[in-house]
Design a protein around this ligand. Sequence first.
Ligand code: LLP
Length: 429
Amino acid sequence: MHHFAYRDGALFAEDVDLRRIADEVGTPVYVYSSATIERHYRVFAAAMAGIRPGQPAHVFYAMKANSNLGVLRTLASLGAGADTVSEGEIRKALAAGIPAERIVFSGVGKSEAELAFAVEAGIYQVNIETEGELDLLSKVAQARGRHQAAVFRVNPDIGAGGHAKITTGSSENKFGVSFEEVHRLYARAANLPGVRIAGLALHIGSQIREVEAFEQAYAKMRALVLALRAEGHGVERLDLGGGLGIPYDIPKDFDHGPGLIEAYAAMVARVTEGLDLALGFEPGRLIVGNAGILLARVLHLNPRPTKQFLVVDAGMNDLMRPAMYEAYHEIWPVAEPVPGDAGVAYDVVGPICETGDTFATARTLPALAPGDLIAFMTAGAYGASMSSTYNQRQLVPEVLVKGDRYAVTRPRQSYEELIGTDRLPPWLA
Ligand code: LLP
């Protein structure tokens, strides 16, 4: 479920008329619903806490999905932790009020400076992906008189996900330490002064909607936990990653319900039965995906003999998912469609000078005219966080709605900011 619905003929975000946001903030603009974010976090966190009451089930929100400060603060106030992948993300999580002891640091290529920052901040856990990183972390932590808690991210050799570009768990992918290697690394780490290996982590991919793929990978982890313990190693933590998918082709009355989340929780309970582990989860898309829309305005119609282009003011630099992953996003006109309207099949395109700047082909929408507003639905995850200034377009603004209030949580970049960050070399100045 989400909190975008038609009221008196126009699309609202909670109690705010999207036409008002479009007029006051301009388009394109991302609009997020606090109520949807809060609801999804609560449902997920409660289901995970229910797996084994009394044993920790930490939720580290994967902030790469949406790293807007207002979104992060909303989640921080509910007790969420953060899964981070760069120093910038750690800094932003801290700035949003997520305490260091609820932050994990993942990522395949962490630099020495980033590890040093993480250690000094006192984060909960570093998810180590290579032997070199293990040594580097130990060195960096020892130099600071620290003993950093860490886990090995294991590659379970089970790939899954909505698209080849977002599959991570196959041995063909760059992520994690292999199952064979982890035994040796665990033993080696025992002699390193700056790290304490507390357990294991994995993340198999994104936009996964079948529990079976997770189960296969998690079952392998169970066997690995038992094998490592038999070798005398301590394994207290298991970070199960993110990846739970969401429906993008939502009928207007669709209720997500907790179906997939419940099935996932039941599966995790089964697979981790009797292991006595502190569990960790890194959901991103599931928390924020359908909590956000990208609001855009129609600029022009471009009729062709075989098709009709609808040119809108949002581009692939604002929402990259269709261009990059052939992703499907529902498009809802802000003016409520009249029942029975046969509609027009549009190719919905942006202003960027690339054919890939196409959001939808032959999509049936009510007849639209320049000035009309549309909403790209389910754009809360990997929308703004992947946006850029390509074609020297201003970085897209973000708005957070709460009940009948809204606030601009990232203003549209000014042209001064856009151009002013470049510097002329002295020989051209
Ligand atoms: N943990 C790790 C280590 C990850 O790499 C990711 C996502 C997550 C958690 C969160 O996964 P989620 O729950 O959101 O599926 N830009 C792509 C998705 C990339 C996912 C990258 N890793 C898209 O727009 O579909």
